[in-house]
Design a protein around this ligand. Sequence first.
Ligand code: CAA
Length: 255
Amino acid sequence: MTVNLEVADGVGTILLNRPPMNALDVATQDRLRELAVEATRRDDVRAVVLYGGEKVFAAGADIKEMRDMDHAAMIARSRDLQESFTAIARIPKPVVAAVTGYALGGGCELALCADFRVAGENAKLGQPEILLGLIPGAGGTQRLARLIGPSKAKDLIFTGRQVKADEALTLGLVDRVVPAAEVYQEAHRWASRLAAGPAIALRAAKESVDFGLEADIDTGLAIERNWFAGLFATEDRETGMRSFVEDGPGKATFR
Ligand code: CAA
């Protein structure tokens, strides 16, 4: 398999393995969707790391596979492509991308589906589709613009230029930059901390931010309000409040 899910200590790692560049062919895209569903369903997965290995995150959709596709074929395929990435974005648990080397095109778009991005000092990110006479097709025009703002997103999408880790940090395209050899460890540490949190409240937080941002503020506030009230039905809420009253803040252990 060109991408697998490995689970240990509450963290599921979705690991791409399609050397040399982790080009995302159709089979890999479809498998990403299956693994997103699996990570969503499994109770032993409480947070997720997206990782491409030590050398490269992913250099995009497989250009050699796409080269012979015509308009009709891409009409048929493009929805599946987007749905695979959306399935990753909709995993209702914290997701951290661990980006080493290139994250270009569909690779950058995959990283955009995570809640946070840890980049190695050797990372290079970008949306080079314009250089192929294309635009991003796996959510890049939408998720990049929402993350870093329209004019910065247009700069990257119109020029296809690659940005190094330090510029990506300034743009808000990545959240942390660490030495390349520490990327996975750092992302895993981040995911592990979140995996110890109250799972339903984390889901509520993620869905409130993500779905709320797609709606007007009153709808977003309604989403927040309903989740907030709903959390009063959880054992974690009882645990958290009891722990505060008895032992002070931040000491609760959630099940
Ligand atoms: N698809 C298919 N094959 C790819 C690939 C891709 N996206 N990226 C790299 N490869 C292949 C190369 O063709 C090469 O194969 P061969 O050894 O058979 O020649 C091998 O991987 C190694 O690549 P390079 O020799 O080019 O390595 P490099 O270190 O000189 O350059 C790179 C690396 C900068 C990533 C360069 O390969 C590159 O620019 N890749 C394409 C990036 C790109 O345009 N991505 C967007 C794809 S379209 C897309 O993603 C659409 C969407 O929105 C979903």
